[in-house]
Design a protein. Sequence first.
Length: 133
Amino acid sequence: MDNQSCVKIINEWDIVSARQLGRNVAKELGFGTVDQARITTAISELARNIFLYAGQGQICIEKLYENGKTGLRLLSIDSGPGIKDLRQVMEDGYSTSGGLGAGLPGVKRLMDDFQIDSSPGEGTDIRAIKWLR
């Protein structure tokens, strides 16, 4: 496998596939079970958001090797409606789906680095990194 693998998110089964891929890559990189669970939870949230709000997109999982550190980067890419109010979406407890609202703030907490770019009408790109300790 090269450094990046992607799963197209079109239906709910794709969320499961993305989770499995993430867990396998995390395990391969040496992440423990707790961090594997954090990573797969973050993938679930990101993939679910694509499925619910954008209709389709992709989750890419990338192995990182920077400055002697090993990590795993999640990329969530869609060309859906975009997010109008990023600040609101990043508030704990905010949910438009009636879900738990762990959503993006939850992903940010689970991972070490988190970046989001969204343009209404153009889609959303989210990058999140977990570093191996």
